[in-house]
Each structure stands twice: as C-alpha cells, then as structure tokens.
Design a binder for this molecule. Structure first.
Ligand code: MG
Length: 170
C-alpha cells in the first residue's frame, strides 16, 4: 500500500538539445547550468542556449503537470531573444511552487562528444545549488559521450537529460 505522503511525490523528466552555431560568437558564449565554459563554441538558440537549465526547467514543469518551456517561452516571441535561462528555470519553479511543489533532488546527464563537460561539473553543481536553493548533496550532474555515434558524436550539438523529484513544501 502506498502512503498518502508518497502519493504527494512527483517525478519529472526533461530533455533538451541544441546544435552548435556555425561559428563562435564571443557575444554568445557556451553557458551550461549557468556556468560560462571557456571554450570557443556557441550554441544556436533563441535564449542563451543553456540546455542544462532548459532540460531542468522542463523536468520541473513535468513534475507539476504544467506543460513545457516552449509553451511558456515561445521562440517566436522576439521580446524573449537572448533571455537568461535562469529566468526560465525560475518561472518553472514558481509554477511548481504555485502547486505547493518544491524540489527534493535532481539528476542531470549532459551528453556531448565535445567540449568536455566533466572538468566543469563541480562549478555547474554549485551554480545549480544557487539557482535551485538545494544543497549540493541533492544535486547530481553526469557527463557522457555517445562514443562518436550519431549527431552528438559528430559534434553537431549537445544534449541534456534531467530527472527531478518534487514534493510538498513542508
Ligand atoms: Mg532549449
């Protein structure tokens, strides 16, 4: 039998992918989980392209049954050009908060052949802790490649999977 407390837990999943821009634009640095990576790569995106925060925001909206970030922030809206993904995540957290849901833990997997993400994983975790208010012990961030296979293996872009658990704000 499932207790009433367990029934209030909500799981959410998010996935995002962005392709690399044809050339590096210093005005559009590579930002992952709110951290600017020191690499000469830019992502093609209407926002700042932070696919880690996009996947996370979608996971939060998923847990709250609130749709997806494309609905909240349409890429056809010119006023949203270059928007910081921290705002997107904050909006998702507020939507979930409106339903009495707070993050419990999150698990993220960045998939990319290049650039290497693991050297920046700790900085990204710290940033995620600041952005979500979660202790770092409740945040996991992994990085993997596709062993050269497929569009990510050909270094055409990067992707991120996010899973969150949310529960009542007690
Ligand atoms: Mg995106």
């Amino acid at each position: 039998m499932i207790s009433q407390d367990l029934r209030q837990l909500r799981i959410g999943h998010g996935f995002d992918v962005h392709r690399f821009a044809d050339c590096f634009d210093p005005a559009k640095p590579l930002i992952l989980a709110g951290v600017e990576l020191p690499v000469e790569k830019s992502l093609a995106a209407h926002s700042d392209g932070d696919l880690v925060l996009h996947a996370l925001a979608d996971a939060v909206l998923g847990a709250a049954a609130e749709g997806d970030i494309g609905r909240l922030f349409p890429d056809t809206d010119a006023s949203l050009a270059g928007i910081s993904s921290a705002i997107i995540l904050q909006t998702a957290l507020e939507k979930a908060g409106g339903k009495g849901l707070k993050l419990i833990n999150l698990d993220l997997t960045v998939v990319a052949q290049a650039p290497k993400v693991s050297p920046h994983a700790e900085a990204m975790r710290e940033s995620l802790a600041a952005l979500t208010g979660l202790p770092e012990g409740n945040i996991n961030l992994k990085a993997t490649t596709t062993e050269g296979m497929g569009y990510l293996g050909r270094e055409e872009g990067m992707a991120c999977h996010a899973v969150v658990l949310m529960g009542p704000d007690v």
